[in-house]
Design a protein around this ligand. Structure first.
Ligand SMILES: [Zn+2]
Length: 93
């Protein structure tokens, strides 16, 4: 069982959370003028690195708040979590 560190509640079981994709993906500024291909790239294409990655998660069975957290995609180890629009901590690696 994984424990995910919610920045509002502290560590909780993984069953209380839902994954929300990669963190810090900016919404396109000219969204009204994007082609279908550009929209598809924004919606579906993510960096998918091997190693530490900043991700969005929601504590859906707890405080129901969204937050960001570092996760190692190799072994699913979780690093520091942080609230949206706050300073991003350095990657644990
Ligand atoms: Zn929480």
């Amino acid at each position: 069982m994984l424990h995910i560190p919610c920045p509002y509640c502290g560590p909780r079981d993984e069953t209380e959370f839902h994954y929300g994709s990669e963190a810090h993906v900016a919404y396109p500024e000219n969204s009204a003028n994007l082609t279908d291909e550009e929209w598809a790239k924004f919606v579906f294409i993510r960096s998918n690195p091997k190693g530490w990655m900043a991700e969005r998660w929601v504590h859906s069975a707890g405080c129901r708040r969204w937050f960001n957290v570092w996760r190692n995609t190799i072994n699913h180890e979780f690093g520091p979590s942080y609230k949206p629009f706050t300073q991003q901590p350095k990657s644990p690696a």
